[in-house]
Structures are given as structure tokens and as C-alpha cells.
Design a protein around this ligand. Structure first.
Ligand SMILES: *Cc1c(COP(=O)(O)O)cnc(C)c1O
Length: 351
């Protein structure tokens, strides 16, 4: 057995996915599970599919490629790179897009591969990440409908990612209006109106999602059981599907304040310390090179994290010192950033 490792409870992931799928279904909304935070781990993706999501969505083609053997819809979230259109058409059924230049390349590549590639046109409704600006929606749509090997699957928005803009009746309402306008102007049907990510769920829970939003792309809430508009735990969901485990390599009684003149720490910051007197300190073999340690929370609430460096995590275990020894394993819950780090780090075993 190797440490550090991240353990996932697949039943909890399945439960969480089913919880979201059921709530969304009541509102006429399909759910794609977003798999990027666990780097497209196939077992976790399968658990989400068991929970009833209609497809898998990831920002990286490399992760979608891992899903090649799974029979479900595959959606590329990050705008395709021009240099990657071949893989995009090969591994994604649908991609989110905002640049007509790239969409034209996808069209040519789809013809070459004898496929229709579906796109969702992203509209920027104020969050200032991806999407065409409102005054360019109709002219972009006009170009898209001319392309023979592109399926115009629908439109979408991404919110609360860069600008922190909350999904509300105004911006989601605009999205629905654009659907109607495009359908009327070009005499087509748009199947999908994708109303965002986990931050849109609060409107699903309170029943206020405008009618017409029929798809959401959900990552964080499925894996961590929290919605992201207010950061609230969702009642009825598992908050503890993941456990990051690290091993204690030193445990000693020492002061809580360093001795000597304080300069900079390993990361160039001037540290400050709280005087707790003498404490029992434990070092866990895990560090900033693996995860954002600020995103860790010990499952044992009597343990507190003092800080850490690249490879060392320092804990105050004074209150529970009798329960731990050298070689003991300490378990942590993770936030989104720490989970991403844990799955990305080649030093952390996945179990
Ligand atoms: C990451 C991402 C999502 C999922 O966001 P969560 O907050 O994890 O639900 C949805 N859409 C796009 C475009 C993304 O990049």
C-alpha cells in the first residue's frame, strides 16, 4: 500500500449523481457529469453514468479519449484548439464553441472522418470567460447553419467561473430568447439550451429555473455534494466521497513558535505563527507539490493543519496524540482545488 493516496467511494458518487439527475429531471433538465476534476478517471465516470447522467463532459480531449469504450454522449467543454480538431471530432460527439474559424475547421475534419460533429454555441452573458458577445450571436449562427458536417446542437452559457456572475432569470432568460430568435430566423430546431454548471443548481432546487433550460453540466456538486452559487452543502448528498490519506513520518513535542529571527519560508512568504505553547506536532508525507494544502480538512476534527511546504504537511495533533503514531494514516476531506491536485499529482495513488 502506498501513501499518499486518494480514495473514492464509488457508491457515493453514484448516489450523488442520481440525486442531481432526479432533481433536474423534475425540471426537464438533462445532466452531463463533468469529469475534469478527477482527470477523467473511468471508474468514477462509470459510477456517474450508473447514477443516470446522459453523458460525460471534460475540458480535455485526452480525458474524453479514456471514455472511448463507454456508450454515452461525450462533450468537450473547453473550446477546441485549432491544432486538435482531429482528436476533437474523433473523441467528442459535441463540443462547446465560440469561434467560427474553429467551427469551420471542425466541419472540414468531420467531413474527412465521415461524421457529423455537434456544437453548442457559447454565448457570453457577462461572466467574461468563453462565448460570443450578444451582438454577434445571430451573425455567428448564420455562419454555423451553412456548414454541412456540423450539427447545430444548441446554445449555452457558462457563469460563475471567471467573473463570478450568478445565474439568474435575466441572463438565463436571455439565453432562452436567443434560442427562440435563432430558431425563428433560420427555421431550425435547437435541441439544447445549456444553462451552466453547478452554480445553476440552486435554481433547480428552489424550482426557479426558467422553462427552456434543458441541460446542465455538473462537476463539483456531484463529486463534493456542494452547490457553488453560495457554497452550501446540499442536504441529502454525500460530502465525503473522497478521502485523501497521508502517512505520519515524524511526531514530536515542540514549541508552536519557531526559534530565531524570522526571514522567508520556502515559498518566499514571511510566515506568522500563533503561540499555542508546546504542542505535539506531526509531519505527514504530503505537500504543496501534490495538493493545495489550504483545501484540506482533517476528518478527525481534533487535528488542525499548521501549514506545510512542498513535501511536508504539519499538523497539531496534541489533543489526539494517543491515537496516532509514526506510520499512522491521517485522512483529509478535499475541496475542489485539492481534489484536482490529488488526481493530477503523479505522486498520489488513486484507489
Ligand atoms: C468545469 C466546467 C463545468 C463544470 O463546473 P462545476 O462547477 O464543476 O459544475 C461546466 N461547464 C464548463 C464549460 C466547464 O468548464
Amino acid at each position: 500500500m502506498n501513501y499518499p493516496c486518494i480514495k473514492v467511494d464509488l457508491d457515493k458518487i453514484e448516489d450523488n449523481a442520481r440525486f442531481i439527475v432526479d432533481k433536474c429531471k423534475e425540471n426537464g433538465i438533462d445532466v452531463y457529469a463533468v469529469t475534469k476534476v478527477f482527470c477523467g478517471n473511468v471508474q468514477i465516470a462509470k459510477a456517474a453514468l450508473k447514477g443516470g447522467v446522459i453523458g460525460l463532459a471534460d475540458s480535455r480531449v485526452e480525458n474524453l479519449k479514456k471514455f472511448e469504450g463507454l456508450s454515452c454522449e461525450k462533450l468537450l467543454l473547453r473550446l477546441p484548439m485549432k491544432s486538435q480538431v482531429q482528436e476533437v471530432v474523433k473523441y467528442a460527439d459535441t463540443s462547446l464553441n465560440s469561434e467560427i474559424e474553429t467551427i469551420r475547421l471542425l466541419d472540414e475534419e468531420a467531413e474527412r472522418q465521415g461524421k457529423v460533429h455537434n456544437i453548442i454555441l457559447m454565448i457570453d452573458l457577462g461572466d467574461l470567460r468563453e462565448g460570443v458577445w450578444e451582438d454577434k450571436v445571430m451573425e455567428t449562427a448564420e455562419e454555423i447553419v451553412k456548414l454541412k458536417n456540423i450539427g447545430f446542437g444548441g446554445i449555452g452559457v457558462n457563469l460563475t467561473c471567471y467573473g463570478g456572475v450568478m445565474p439568474d432569470d435575466v441572463n438565463l432568460g436571455k439565453l432562452i430568447s436567443f434560442k427562440e430568435e435563432i430558431e425563428k430566423e433560420f427555421e431550425i430546431q435547437l435541441k439544447i439550451v445549456s444553462g451552466g454548471n453547478s452554480s445553476s443548481l440552486y435554481k433547480v432546487f428552489d424550482g426557479s429555473v426558467p422553462e427552456g433550460i434543458n441541460m446542465l453540466r455538473i462537476g463539483e456538486t456531484i463529486v463534493l455534494g456542494r452547490e457553488t452559487a453560495f457554497g452550501e452543502a446540499v442536504e441529502g448528498m454525500h460530502l465525503d466521497a473522497f478521502r485523501l490519506q497521508g502517512e505520519i513520518v515524524e511526531m514530536k513535542r515542540k514549541p508552536s513558535l519557531p526559534i530565531g529571527k524570522i526571514g522567508m519560508d520556502a515559498f518566499g512568504n514571511t510566515p506568522s505563527f500563533e503561540d499555542r505553547g508546546e504542542i505535539i506536532r506531526a509531519i505527514v508525507a504530503l505537500g504543496r507539490q501534490d495538493v493545495n494544502i489550504d483545501g484540506l480538512e482533517p476528518y478527525d476534527s481534533k487535528i488542525s493543519i499548521l501549514g506545510g511546504s512542498s513535501d511536508h504537511l504539519l499538523l497539531d495533533i496534541t489533543e489526539v496524540a494517543d491515537r496516532y503514531k509514526i506510520g499512522s494514516v491521517v485522512e483529509f476531506n478535499v475541496d475542489y482545488g485539492a481534489l484536482l491536485g490529488a488526481y493530477t499529482s503523479e505522486y498520489i495513488q488513486k484507489r
